[in-house]
Design a protein around this ligand. Sequence first.
Ligand SMILES: *[C@@H]1O[C@H](CO)[C@@H](O)[C@H](O)[C@H]1NC(C)=O
Ligand SMILES: *[C@@H]1O[C@H](CO)[C@@H](O)[C@H](O)[C@H]1NC(C)=O
Ligand SMILES: *[C@@H]1O[C@H](CO)[C@@H](O)[C@H](O)[C@H]1NC(C)=O
Ligand SMILES: *[C@@H]1O[C@H](CO)[C@@H](O)[C@H](O)[C@H]1NC(C)=O
Ligand SMILES: *[C@@H]1O[C@H](CO)[C@@H](O)[C@H](O)[C@H]1NC(C)=O
Ligand SMILES: *[C@@H]1O[C@H](CO)[C@@H](O)[C@H](O)[C@H]1NC(C)=O
Ligand SMILES: *[C@@H]1O[C@H](CO)[C@@H](O)[C@H](O)[C@H]1NC(C)=O
Length: 404
Amino acid sequence: MANIHKLVLGTWKIRYKFHFIAGILLVAFVIPALYLTGDSRIFLEQQTTPNDSIPHCDLFSGKWVYDNISYPLYKEKQCFLVEDAFACEKYGRKDLKYQKWRWQPHDCDLPRFNATALLEKLREKKLVFVGDSLNRNQFGSMLCLIEKSIPPSSSKSLIWKGNSVIFNIAHYNATIEFYWSPFLVESNCDDLADHRVQTRIIRVKAIEKHARQWTDADILVFDSFMWWLMPKITLLWGSFGSPDAIYKEVGTRYRRFEIALNTWADWTEFHINRNRTKLFFMSLSPFHSVADWGMDMGRNCYNETEPIFGKGYWGSGTDPGMMKAVESVIHKLKTRGLKIEYLNITHLSGYRKDAHPSVYRRYFVPSTEEKLANPESRSDCVHWCLPGVPDVWNVILYSSIMRS
Ligand SMILES: *[C@@H]1O[C@H](CO)[C@@H](O)[C@H](O)[C@H]1NC(C)=O
Ligand SMILES: *[C@@H]1O[C@H](CO)[C@@H](O)[C@H](O)[C@H]1NC(C)=O
Ligand SMILES: *[C@@H]1O[C@H](CO)[C@@H](O)[C@H](O)[C@H]1NC(C)=O
Ligand SMILES: *[C@@H]1O[C@H](CO)[C@@H](O)[C@H](O)[C@H]1NC(C)=O
Ligand SMILES: *[C@@H]1O[C@H](CO)[C@@H](O)[C@H](O)[C@H]1NC(C)=O
Ligand SMILES: *[C@@H]1O[C@H](CO)[C@@H](O)[C@H](O)[C@H]1NC(C)=O
Ligand SMILES: *[C@@H]1O[C@H](CO)[C@@H](O)[C@H](O)[C@H]1NC(C)=O
């Protein structure tokens, strides 16, 4: 909480006023002009077109198509909000094909991402991504997707505060936020900047410290996966430091995940305002640390420049048991009248062995000589380069937000 950094990205108050006046003039002249044409269909078309263009088919079943015309949706260099952990081009990646693949669902097209339309939808609202660094990856993608559509007259700010990274767009009074809680529930890894702990301890029955920070959001996007894969994690009943606390090392990953998910579900069931808040859960983001697509042992995503084309490829970097745990808790909440949209992006992302940073990112712990000599050993095959795969997740999220 002590650390509050604020980066003001620009305030152009005078121009803002000018645009505001220009806006009024536009309303004054253009609207009567439309009326004067006497053609009311213009209004009807404007209302119905966006609705009709949002597909209702299964967006998660499809294939990757090379499309260097419409992709990437933004240039890495033009989005200065790309974090160094995802800025692959900046960190020396030369093959840029990974930026140019479009996800093509079998039965329809993804809608075109219209940042202005999304910002209009987020006016006076708060969208919060809650979870681990994959969600942070998606948050970063979202900021890049909207950045160039923010009116130059609007001030914007990016603030790090407690567990949050908060992006504010004054013109829309809209907030897009990332909230760090890799296990969703409380743990000893909850410090946004410093979470590399030796022994992970999860307070599986407690979530309120985090949840009270995000419960009032209008749109919530959750994820949690990678951090649960450790062979052994200590679970804590009671509070950190309390003499009554009970610690227990638990090896079965599904059970500990389920307990935490139930804590999360119980909170959301009773504390979310169903009339206000729309909920999403991202299915797990697959990694490519073991080359199970027909390569030699010991290989990973390093040096990969093409997606996997084998239809139905389902790699070892996913975990159907972990997916089931999430799916079943979402189902249970549905029976209790709380709807959570599950964005099932695992399979589509699984084809993209080419889209991870591997060695082309900033590492926060310097590499040893030995690792530098052996790039595969220091490859990040978990996160995704930006522009890249999380943009597609956001287009899918966008299509659902626009439909609501
Ligand atoms: C938009 O789509 C929703 C859900 O499919 C539908 O209920 C609504 O009538 C549509 N609105 C318009 C203006 O077509
Ligand atoms: C897109 O890719 C095709 C085939 O690889 C190439 O011929 C074309 O020049 C590329 N266009 C752009 C705009 O990069
Ligand atoms: C994007 O959305 C805005 C606001 O709804 C609309 O005015 C504009 O025409 C849209 N742009 C495209 C390319 O569809
Ligand atoms: C901005 O939006 C928030 C909701 O996110 C609302 O509580 C607040 O009153 C708004 N502020 C202004 C100046 O409209
Ligand atoms: C939600 O809306 C329903 C119907 O409009 C209303 O009866 C209920 O009190 C609302 N709930 C909350 C928490 O605002
Ligand atoms: C990476 O790919 C390049 C070009 O295909 C090849 O020359 C090089 O040996 C590869 N490196 C490794 C470690 O596989
Ligand atoms: C998620 O997608 C996978 C593969 O496309 C599918 O097998 C699974 O049934 C889907 N899960 C849900 C809950 O729709």
